[in-house]
Design a protein around this ligand. Structure first.
Ligand code: UD1
Length: 418
């Protein structure tokens, strides 16, 4: 088991560069399956989820290699269309591969997708979208088998906004016959990045920013290269690290346009920030204000992925805060460990009530999922004494060597493996 040990109490300071985005990379890797040729992703984060997606693509027959942080995917000789349990169960995003396999081969099968334990996370929207495009889907013992000699365009209105299902639809429709109109689509930045990537490989996707997306099916795609944008959730996490330690950091490549709601909350907490020569200069030395009400929402609202990191910061605020989690029903798991460290948090269904305390105390805690694990690291950075966070592999799903960034910013963190 891997753990990260943090010695807390030092304000972070210095300059940091943000890794490529996990949530942009994963669907783009799935989309690469559509093309019988080569895709190169630059600035690709070397995180566990990306390495896992790489394993799945290799299982399907892709040739994959890394040159630094550039990921070269050669999907010319893909043959397998079946994603077995040992791959699917690890990562929820793997469901998106079903549409890519359907687009390329007219068939695909996937065992039940897994992922972070943050709620029920059904796949009904994915299934009904594929059916609307002409796929026949059978479920046996949880395994989804899909067939569509030819996917067809048409209209599909998502009954609920879903990032993954919108991405899945864009991928499935790229090579379909005719025009697909998608309504009530997610508008998260990753949707726009995926559209840019698909268009860069010869697809025709319009409206990715608007919630209504039109995809004109094309006959073939071509080789392409893509530069992965910085990860907005990692940027938000590092801004929280500055806030919770009352430090000051500079982010070299800030995705500010992707963090509108978060920066609003940062300001409410008393954090200050400014853009100077394209860099984000953040001062968290007064970021101890409580936030009377914060709700997670679809973009451009406050991201559910930054809810736990902000909860850690608010646990040291001077006053009472309230967070409502609207996206995933089980995303307050971290509260238990924060309480163990001295936080005063009461959970009631989708609401968390946080009464700021003066001090957190280091102790052994356990990451239960990716963002909760990151929140415990933040708490450890501010806590008195030493914090050991077990299950660090869950943090590595989304953060590329976070311990090195912490050390670069003057914090004290080391990773241990038993
Ligand atoms: C993606 C992100 C994740 C982020 C989430 C919300 C990736 C790899 N992951 O996850 O980090 O927290 O968006 O911004 O990009 N739902 C259904 N039926 C479905 C699909 C989803 O009911 O078929 C529900 C979910 O349970 C959830 C809501 O829709 O309540 C939103 O989920 P969705 O946007 O699909 O999240 P993911 O794409 O899984």
């Amino acid at each position: 088991m891997k753990s990260i040990r943090i010695w807390g109490g030092r304000p972070l300071g210095g300059t940091v560069s943000i890794q490529g985005s996990k949530n942009a990379t994963l669907p783009i890797m799935a989309a690469a399956v559509l093309h019988k040729g080569i895709t190169v992703l630059h600035n690709c984060p070397k995180i566990a989820d990306v390495l896992f997606m790489e394993k799945i693509l290799t299982h399907l027959g892709a040739k994959v290699c890394w040159k630094g942080n550039s990921l070269h995917l050669d999907c010319s000789s893909l043959k397998c269309t079946n994603i077995p349990d040992k791959y699917a169960c690890q990562m929820r995003c793997s469901i998106i591969l079903l549409g890519a396999l359907l687009g390329r081969f007219g068939k695909g099968a996937i065992a039940p997708p897994g992922g972070c334990v943050i709620g029920k996370r059904p796949v009904d929207l994915h299934v009904s979208m594929l059916e609307a495009f002409g796929a026949r889907i059978e479920e046996k013992g949880g395994v989804l088998k899909a067939y569509a000699p030819e996917l067809k365009g048409g209209e599909f209105c998502f009954p609920k906004q879903s990032v993954g299902a919108t991405e899945h639809a864009m991928i499935a429709a790229a090579l379909a016959k005719g025009v697909a109109h998608l309504k009530n689509c997610a508008r998260e930045p990753e949707i726009i990045w995926l559209a840019e990537f698909l268009n860069g490989m010869g697809a025709s996707v319009e409206g990715a920013q608007t919630g209504e997306i039109t995809i004109r099916g094309v006959n073939a795609l071509h080789d392409s290269e893509f530069y992965t944008p910085p990860d907005r959730i990692v940027a938000g996490t590092y801004l929280c690290a500055a806030a919770i330690t009352r430090g000051k950091i500079v982010i070299e490549n800030p995705p500010v346009k992707e963090l509108p709601a978060f920066l609003g909350v940062y300001g409410k907490m008393g954090g200050q920030y400014d853009m100077v020569g394209g860099k984000l200069v953040a001062d968290g030395s007064k970021a101890y204000g409580p936030v009377s009400r914060l709700e997670t929402e679809v973009f451009p609202g406050f991201s559910t992925d930054l809810q736990s990191p902000v909860m850690a910061v608010l646990s040291l605020a001077h006053g009472k805060s309230h967070i409502r989690e609207n996206i995933f029903e089980d995303r307050f798991r971290v509260a238990e460990d924060l309480i163990r460290m001295g936080a005063r948090i009461r959970i009631n269904g989708k609401d968390a009530y946080i009464d700021g305390t003066k001090k957190l105390y280091g102790c052994p805690v356990t990451a239960q999922e990716l963002r909760g694990g990151a929140a415990l690291i933040l708490a450890g950075l501010a806590a008195q004494g030493q914090t050991r966070i077990d299950n660090f592999h869950l943090v590595e799903r989304g953060y590329e060597r976070i311990q090195e960034d912490i050390r670069r910013l003057g914090g004290n963190a080391s990773v241990e493996e038993e």
